[in-house]
Ligand binder design. Structure first.
Ligand SMILES: [Zn+2]
Ligand SMILES: [Zn+2]
Ligand SMILES: [Zn+2]
Length: 261
């Protein structure tokens, strides 16, 4: 089920890096040492905005830095794709948004992902505040299938991510597909007709739990959106080189890039 007419969306790349970010700690490779700011990648996340509401997809460990960089002071909802560290470890930073907004923040995730997050951040979700710390005020909400979040139609679909399943998202006419090495037929159906696709590729060669670059490009080409972006990039990928290599209509994403869907 995909909404027949989707409201105008913008997407802001909060982060476009692989799990360790770029530059990588202790690395002196040309990309890690590059003066090109587009090669400085925090961990992957996007902010989708529509009708004055901001929906954050994943809370990267770099969320504090990303929010400061973008002057972000409002998050109306968070959607989690999966519970890998590079996608959830910034959860505690939501405290600051609670404080500024004086509101609780709903967090949406498929039931199994929500369960993992509750375990990883038990201090934030237990009934008793045993640690005596200021905790983020979050309202966990299951995202078992298509639903409307702040007027935006969101369809989650399962994709293969090595030994685990990850959740990709269709948000209006936008597809956000990171951390994936294969899309099952149901996902192919959901992606059909998308106008914008953001697909992850960590390196040129295929990886056991991620697309290589040509696989990500093939996935975009098969759907044929108006614009495609590659994200979740490691230090093996130089921005300027990628820009030259990618086919027309597909670009490497970079931190801070804003797009209209
Ligand atoms: Zn990841
Ligand atoms: Zn490096
Ligand atoms: Zn992952």
């Amino acid at each position: 089920m995909i909404a027949p007419s989707s409201p105008a969306l913008t997407a802001l790349f909060m982060g476009t890096g692989s799990s360790v970010g770029v530059p990588m700690i202790g690395c002196s490779c040309p990309v890690c040492q590059s003066p090109d700011l587009r090669n400085r990648r925090t961990r992957s996340s996007i902010l989708v905005s529509s009708g004055g509401k901001n929906i954050l997809v994943d809370t990267a460990p770099d969320l504090r830095f990303q929010a400061l960089r973008e002057g972000l002071s409002r998050i109306d909802a968070v959607i989690y794709t999966h519970a890998h560290a590079d996608h959830v470890l910034g959860l505690d930073e939501l405290r600051t948004f609670n404080f500024i907004m004086q509101e609780e923040i709903p967090i949406y995730a498929p039931p199994r992902v929500l369960e993992r997050i509750r375990t990883m951040f038990s201090y934030a979700f237990s009934d008793v505040n045993r640690e005596g710390v200021t905790r983020p005020k979050l309202v966990p909400r299951e995202l078992p299938g298509p639903m409307e979040i702040h007027g935006v139609f969101v369809t989650p679909f399962l994709v293969e991510h090595g030994p685990v399943m990850n959740t990709a998202l269709r948000i209006g006419d936008l597809v956000y597909l990171t951390d994936c090495n294969a899309v099952p037929p149901e996902g192919k159906r959901v992606m059909k007709g998308a106008s914008t696709m953001i697909v992850g590729a960590v390196r040129y060669e295929p990886h056991e739990s991620h697309f290589g670059l040509s696989q990500a490009v093939a996935e975009i080409t098969e759907v044929g959106p108006r614009q495609g972006y590659i994200t979740h990039l490691s230090h093996r990928m130089d921005h300027a080189t990628l820009e030259k290599e990618l086919p027309p209509g597909i670009s490497p994403a970079y931190d801070g890039l804003r797009i209209v869907v």
